[in-house]
Design a protein around this ligand. Sequence first.
Ligand code: ADP
Length: 490
Amino acid sequence: MTKSGTKATERFADGWKRFPAMSLRNRMAFYYTVTTAFLLAVVFTAILLIVDRIVYMHFDEELRHEVAETLEEANVKGQAFTGFDNFRCIDGTQEEDDEDKLRLKKKEIDSEFIQIVDSSGQMVRKSTNLSRNLLTFNPVYSGVRYFNSVVAGEQVRQVQVPLVNRQGIADAYLIIAIPMKSAMIVLLDLQNIMLVSFPAVILILFILTRAIAGRSIRPIEEVIATAETMTQANLDQRIPLPRNNDELYRLSATINALLDRLQDAFQREKQFTADASHELKTPLAIVKGTLDVLVRKPRETAHYEERIRYCLDELNRMARLIDQLLMLARYENDRMNPNIMKIDIGSPFQSVMSRIEHLASEKQISISKEHFTSGAVAADPAMLEMMIENILSNAIKYSPAGSAIEVATSRRSGLLVCSITDHGVGIPAEKLQNVFDRFYRVDESRSSSTGGFGLGLSIVKKLADLQHIGVSVSSREKEGTTFDLTFPPA
Ligand code: ADP
């Protein structure tokens, strides 16, 4: 991340600290509760509406029944409404007697009120339980109509039925009402229960969900706690894996794997720095020691020359090492983009041969190309040359004088393979897998005598990876070594 990017992130994080966000467990509980509250409100409202509807359906059904029964018992002929004998008369002048009062009280709850009105709405007859009260007549309703009304301060459900004569004209209206008090009490109770239980259920739900959410995100807390205590010094710490193989398990396992890789890389870097310092210290100490001895007393010119040459050799070694270290650092940082192109495998070999010919002839080593045929490969010419030079110079370095080195090409699974085989000291089987490691030397005494730092093959491997070239080694001790380069299709 860029510096300004990091600063912006820090500012953002600071902002959050000042206005702390709701914790994850509270947020989970909150969203869950809000959703459930909404659903619960919908369900409660639906229940209330349905119950309300059912209650009214029952009342209307009862009223229908009452109307049928009343009309069956009564005999309605023109304006002479017979059969309503137990109904109070229109004049209704007589005083409400005690018996009437009693009857009204008794019937108030569980009985119906009946009233006949003429076409103008004037009461003709009414049931005695109505006492001095009248049922509401609504002249606007021409057909059968059910509606709520009030009688003596009590809510009732009413039906108004037109009594139609032969000419199809409504002579009168039959009005029947039944008290709704008991049903209304039940409805109100139900509504109150729901109103009280709603917040209680929501509160309990929030507390429970918060507790459950807290339990399920506990592994995240552990991840945070482990990450917070982690420093370079205790990179070996790992996040305890949760019991269930779920997303949190995978998150913890992934972070642990990342920590493994980080620890590995960190370890390698540490090792590299230690090795590099060690390698640089040795020639420096040699040069310093030699010069210290030289200045102690005057010497012969020849001695000076010999010692200075010795120092120069050491300084050259140091310069080589620094070159290699810089090269490795460049490749490791991936700052080097290979310039891959289609080239003939013969040309890098030719340039390398011309550069290292003198090394081979110094040891009378012959380089045979008997089984080498040219072919096109996809590679970065400069990088490929460096790889070949490192492998070939090793082959010369670790081969006895007068031996032979063969360079050959072949095809394996359709891919071009280039092999460089020497008949030198070889590499023990158990050490083969390490030869591409940085600063790895099979045998310290063997390498120090040949001036190697154990970096050549690690550079070869890095360059091969950059160009997608496969590199492998096979060897037999005291018999020789073969390096194979497998090229991707050109
Ligand atoms: P160095 O600069 O020490 O040669 P390299 O990375 O090139 O470092 O090689 C690593 C080690 O592998 C060497 O120390 C050497 O012992 C071994 N090695 C490399 N090439 C050969 C070879 N052709 N024959 C025998 N041993 C080899």
